[in-house]
Design a protein around this ligand. Structure first.
Ligand SMILES: NC(=O)c1ccc[n+]([C@@H]2O[C@H](COP(=O)([O-])OP(=O)(O)OC[C@H]3O[C@@H](n4cnc5c(N)ncnc54)[C@H](O)[C@@H]3O)[C@@H](O)[C@H]2O)c1
Length: 337
C-alpha cells in the first residue's frame, strides 16, 4: 500500500473537516498544514499531528514527501495556489468553487488539462451515499420523468465573519450553488440551459447579495429553483425535492428529522400511481472527505477521470456564474455551452 504525503492549505472551517477525516488513515501521512493565520495553522498541526506547519505554503512545495495538496482557502486564491502546486508536480484536491470569475475559472480548467498531475475539485455531494441513492432512484425511473427540482439551502450563520469573507468573493448562488447545479446535471444527464433569479442584501455589512434565488430550465425540460441565503436573520432551512411524472423523492437531512430520529438521512419516495410511500434510511456521513480523497488516489493510480470530471466541474461553475450575472442584471440568461 502506498502511503501518500499530504499538505492541507487553509485550516478554517472546511480545511479542518478534511483533516478530521483523513489524518488517521493508514495510507495518509500528514506532512504539513499551512494557513496565513499562524494560530490556525498551529492549532491544526497540534490537533491532527502534522509534522510541520507554517504561514506560507510555498515553503513546503519543494518537499518531495508531499504527493497531494488539499486547497481549502478562499475561492479567489484557488487559481494561484493550484498553479504553484502543479508547477511543483503535486496532485491537488481543491475546494469548490474553482474561482470567483468566469475568466479565472477557464484558466483553472486550462491548467488542469495541461498538467501531468491529477486534480479533483471537491464536489462533496458526489461522494455522499444519500445523493448517490437519490440519483439511482431517479435514473431507474422510480418517479417517472423528472419535471421539477426544488432545492433550498439556507444557513443561519452565527459565525458571520467567515461568511462575510466568503461573500467578498461571490454570492451564495455561486459559492454553494455549484454543488446543487452539479448534482442536478448529474442526476438527469442533462444540462441547465436557462437561468434567472433575484437577490437581496439582508445584512448591511454584507459585501454582496447574501440572499440569492435562481430559477433554471434544463435541456430535458425539467425546471426548478435553488435558494441560498446566509445571515444571522436567516433561519436554517434545507429542502431537496424532486418531482416526476409518477411521484416525488424528498430528502430530509439527519439533523432535520423530527420523528424516527435514526442516525441517518431520510429519503422518502412517493408513488402517485399506487399512493404508496417508501422510506429509506441512509446512515452515512454527510461529508465523506476520505472517500473524496480516495477518488483522487484512484485518479492517480488508475487514471480514472474524476468524479466529477473537470468538464463537469466547469459546466456547473459556468451555470452558477451565469445565474449570479442574471441575478445582478435582473435578466433571464441563456447558458453558453
Ligand atoms: N465543500 C464544502 O462543503 C464547503 C463548505 C464550506 C466552504 N467551502 C469552500 O472552501 C473554501 C474555504 O471556505 P471556509 O468556509 O473553510 O473558509 P474559512 O474562512 O473558514 O477558512 C479559510 C482559511 O484559509 C486561510 N487562507 C486564506 N488564504 C490563504 C492562503 N493564501 N494561504 C494559506 N491560508 C489561507 C484563512 O486564513 C482561513 O483560515 C471556500 O472556497 C468555500 O467556498 C466548501
Amino acid at each position: 500500500m502506498k502511503i501518500y504525503g499530504v499538505m492541507v492549505i487553509g485550516c478554517g472551517y472546511i480545511g479542518l473537516q478534511h483533516l478530521e477525516d483523513i489524518y488517521y488513515r493508514e495510507n495518509i501521512r500528514l506532512i504539513a498544514v499551512a494557513d496565513t493565520d499562524e494560530r490556525a495553522a498551529r492549532f491544526a498541526a497540534r490537533k491532527f499531528n502534522a509534522e510541520s506547519f507554517g504561514t506560507d505554503y510555498r515553503r513546503f512545495l519543494s518537499d518531495e514527501r508531499i504527493d497531494i495538496v488539499i486547497i481549502a482557502t478562499y475561492t479567489s486564491s484557488h487559481l494561484e495556489i493550484l498553479k504553484d502546486c502543479l508547477e511543483h508536480g503535486k496532485h491537488v484536491l481543491c475546494e469548490k468553487p474553482i474561482a470567483e470569475t468566469r475568466e479565472k475559472g477557464m484558466a483553472f480548467v486550462d491548467l488542469v488539462k495541461q498538467s501531468g498531475s491529477r486534480v479533483l475539485v471537491a464536489h462533496i455531494l458526489r461522494h455522499n451515499q444519500t445523493y448517490r441513492r437519490v440519483r439511482e432512484l431517479i435514473q431507474s425511473g422510480e418517479i417517472g420523468e423528472l419535471k421539477v427540482a426544488r432545492m433550498v439551502q439556507n444557513h443561519h450563520s452565527m459565525d458571520w465573519e467567515r461568511y462575510r469573507r466568503l461573500l467578498e468573493d461571490s454570492t451564495p448562488v455561486l459559492d454553494c450553488g455549484v454543488h446543487y447545479i452539479d448534482v442536478l446535471q448529474w442526476f438527469t444527464s442533462s444540462r441547465v440551459c436557462e437561468v434567472s433569479g433575484i437577490g437581496a442584501r439582508i445584512c448591511e455589512d454584507s459585501p454582496n447579495f447574501n440572499y440569492t434565488l435562481m430559477t433554471f430550465r434544463l435541456e430535458n425540460g425539467c425546471v426548478g429553483y435553488y435558494e441560498a441565503g446566509w445571515g444571522k436573520q436567516v433561519a436554517a432551512r434545507n429542502i431537496k425535492e424532486f418531482i416526476g411524472t409518477k411521484g416525488y423523492i424528498s430528502l430530509t437531512m439527519k439533523d432535520l428529522r423530527f420523528e424516527n430520529r435514526e442516525e441517518g438521512d431520510l429519503i422518502t419516495v412517493y408513488n402517485s400511481e399506487t399512493g404508496e410511500y417508501r422510506h429509506i434510511n441512509m446512515n452515512v456521513p454527510y461529508k465523506d472527505m476520505y472517500g473524496q480523497l480516495c477518488t483522487l488516489i484512484d485518479m492517480i493510480e488508475q487514471g480514472s477521470p474524476g468524479n466529477p470530471t473537470i468538464d463537469e466541474v466547469y459546466s456547473a461553475f459556468n451555470v452558477a456564474v451565469t445565474a449570479q450575472e442574471a441575478i445582478l442584471q435582473n435578466a433571464v440568461l441563456q447558458v453558453s455551452l
